[in-house]
Design a protein around this ligand. Structure first.
Ligand SMILES: Cc1cc2nc3c(=O)[nH]c(=O)nc-3n(C[C@H](O)[C@H](O)[C@H](O)COP(=O)(O)O)c2cc1C
Ligand code: SF4
Length: 649
């Protein structure tokens, strides 16, 4: 019997029958050309997800007006017949796998940049600029709105010609079609502002015009934010329920439920690691009970058992997943085969969206092939049982071991601790960061299935390694805390984040000072406050987390620290660590202060180890260093390094 009978049962949108309930929601991938044409990289990226078993793929946001409607420089456009050949190549490729595909049509309004739009001011309902992007904005002229309707019509007609199975109109995430709905953003005094009916007018005009152009049988999807989280003046579920009923009356075939948007800085629609699976499923259910058309929703859906239960309990008709498809394109196939333990689950680290925001292409911390499908090398099984010794069971070492074992090398992995995961294991100990452990569990499961010899609690020596006469030695020993040369650094008052997060140094209800304002310091502080400690963070730099990290994640931690009354002081230089206090200097005034405490934690970053490679230099011909042992990086860089080495040896 099929392990997830509802998940893998067919269902329809209008007259389109989908083979299962798994839908990949739209995600910007920045793999198109700067003129909006589709590339082979773009096609290969989506093809991988279709091949993996998705029933329906929504593409990233497609531009409908290239003059003032560009979201980013490498998105696709649906503006011109000259784009048809590559669009057709895309749809034909996806259809080969029995998967349907819809483009998501968008005008980004003020959620873009002036630079991406020829330096022109960005149009929105009332000329209110984005709080975060802070670009020059203007209000849509009344007559311009008719043109905007036609932009969507032209794009939808082009999509139909290109062989797309339907279209989605993006009316969520604080983009203009959402902003028009929301009294917070829409201050217009013409027939597009004011009453609920007026605020819905533009979206309904677009729906009607698109419907008239594509015919009744062609599926139209609308993505909505069920709540916009902009405070009292904002747009709430009650109005959204009425809107969804109107959309159904106007012959929309499916509602895709999301929430929020960019403008409150909280990333409700693209949740950081702290949000549990299903946290907003009630919004989808509320909509589903009010309409007679299918409802798709994302809500941090990561495992098939949970997805099946959402369907069976009537929360949704189709399971919307974005990042699960980045982390593992074969998510559906593995679930269908009854092997959920083989699914590499998204850990909600937000590295993918950070890459896009920084002008890069799509990538994923846990899936080194994400965004690189076109250039992907074939995995050649020519290991012939040759022995590879990997020292260090962090994520770089584990990923390297996994690929080497798949290539039929014999792999022996040594880890000095009693568990795998290295720094990621420690990070998983911080409050609500348990999803990090998912990735470690995935790797460990795969390594055991591949019969990798895992030796825990074994700090292997160079001599032991040489005795094994391995073909390859990989130094993946990671990093160690950096201890700056400060008076008292060796004293008993001081400890490190590693000691704290590993539980070797247990503190409760104590007064603790942390030095450094980087992400590790903030996460360690959060761990400590959760155990009742009074925390003070002292940093020399005037900025918090200047070393990087997702701004959303940092914002979440800072909010939690504030709630727990943690004190953060920047612009302070550490002078001395005493036996029961620390001494620091205020950088701008030179004043010196003493701060009594029970414990001090040095969070000034880490330094690469690489000791095994150094000890084997000149004694073994094939020693490689990867991950933090080579260069301190985030999970994505470490996993990629392990993967790349294993693919190339
Ligand atoms: C890199 C990235 C880009 C995204 N771009 C879009 C987009 O173009 N349009 C959209 O409606 N949602 C976009 N989203 C949101 C996703 O469709 C999805 O709703 C969100 O990731 C939450 O679902 P998940 O937890 O299953 O990933 C994007 C998400 C990511 C990670
Ligand atoms: S980068 Fe992180 S958030 Fe994005 S898909 Fe991968 S694991 Fe998920």
């Amino acid at each position: 019997m099929m392990p997830y009978p509802t998940l893998f049962s067919p269902a329809s949108i209008n007259q389109l029958t989908l083979k299962n309930r798994l839908v990949m929601t739209p995600m910007g991938c920045s793999l198109a050309n700067t003129d909006g044409t589709i590339t082979d990289e773009f096609i290969a990226y989506y093809a991988e997800r279709a091949k993996g078993g998705a029933a329906l793929i929504y593409t990233e946001v497609a531009c409908v007006n290239s003059e003032h409607g560009r979201r980013s420089s490498r998105q696709i456009w649906l503006t011109d017949e000259s784009q048809l050949p590559m669009l057709q190549k895309l749809t034909q490729t996806i259809h080969q796998y029995g998967c349907a595909i819809f483009p998501q049509l968008l005008h980004p309004g003020v959620i873009s940049t002036n630079a991406a739009n020829g330096g022109r001011p960005l149009p929105g309902p009332s000329g209110i600029t984005s709080k975060f992007l802070k670009q020059e904005a203007r209000a849509f002229e009344h007559d311009e709105l008719k043109g905007l309707v036609q932009d969507f019509v032209r794009a939808a007609v082009l999509a139909k010609k290109a062989g797309f199975d339907g279209v989605e109109i993006h009316a969520a995430h604080h983009y203009p079609l959402h902003e028009f709905l929301s009294p917070y953003f829409n201050k217009r005094t013409d027939e597009y502002g004011g009453s609920f009916e007026n605020r819905c007018r533009l979206l309904l005009e677009i729906v009607d015009a698109v419907r008239a152009a594509v015919g009744r049988a062609y599926p139209i999807s609308v993505r909505v934010s069920a709540e916009d989280y902009m405070g009292d003046e904002s747009y709430h579920l009650d109005e959204n329920l009425k809107l969804c009923q109107l959309l159904e009356q106007h012959t929309v075939d499916v509602i895709s439920v999301s929430v929020g948007g960019t403008e409150n800085g909280r990333s409700h629609s693209l949740e950081p690691i702290t949000y549990p699976q299903g946290w907003r499923r009630h919004l989808a259910k509320a909509i589903r009970t009010m309409v007679n058309i299918p409802v798709i929703s994302t809500t941090v859906i990561r495992d098939p058992d949970y997805a099946e239960s959402l369907l069976n309990e009537g929360y949704l008709d189709f399971v919307g997943m974005g990042r699960s498809f980045l982390a593992d394109p074969e998510w559906p196939a593995k679930a269908a085969a009854g092997h959920p333990e083989d699914i590499r689950k998204c850990i909600s680290c937000l590295r993918c969206i950070d890459s896009i925001k920084a002008g890069g292409t799509i990538l994923c911390s846990v899936n080194p092939e994400c965004g690189a499908e076109y250039a992907k090398k074939e995995l050649v099984q020519n290991g012939d049982g040759r022995l590879c010794v990997i020292v260090g069971g962090g994520v770089a070492g584990m990923e390297c071991a996994r690929i080497l074992a798949q290539r039929k090398f014999r792999v022996c992995l040594y880890e000095k601790e009693g568990h795998l995961g290295g720094q990621v294991y420690l990070a998983a100990q911080a409050p609500k960061k348990d999803k990090m452990q998912w990735f470690i569990d995935y790797e460990e499961t795969q390594l055991r299935k591949l019969e990798v010899d895992i030796c825990l609690n074994h700090a292997v020596t160079p001599e032991e390694i040489l005795k094994l006469r391995p073909y390859l030695v990989v130094d993946a020993t990671g990093s160690e805390p950096y201890l700056p040369p400060v008076e008292g650094i060796d004293g008993p008052l001081l400890t490190t984040p590693v000691e704290i997060l590993s539980g070797k140094c247990q503190l409760t209800n104590q007064s603790v000072v942390l030095f450094g304002t980087g992400l590790t310091s903030l996460e360690t502080a959060e761990y400590l406050t959760a155990r009742g400690n009074m925390v003070t963070i002292i940093g020399e730099s005037s900025r918090i987390a200047s070393g990087g990290g997702s701004s959303v994640v940092i914002g979440e931690i800072l909010r939690s620290l504030q709630q727990d009354n943690a004190v953060i002081m920047t612009g302070r230089k550490l002078l001395k660590i005493g036996t029961d206090r620390v001494v620091y200097q205020k950088v701008d005034t030179g004043e010196i202060f003493e701060l009594p405490c029970d414990k001090a934690v040095m969070c000034k970053g880490v330094r690469s180890c690489g000791k095994i490679a150094a000890a084997l230099q000149g004694r073994h011909p094939n020693v490689r260093v990867i991950g933090d042992a080579a260069k301190v990086g985030r999970i994505q860089e470490d996993v990629l390094a392990g993967y790349q080495l294993a693919m190339e040896v």
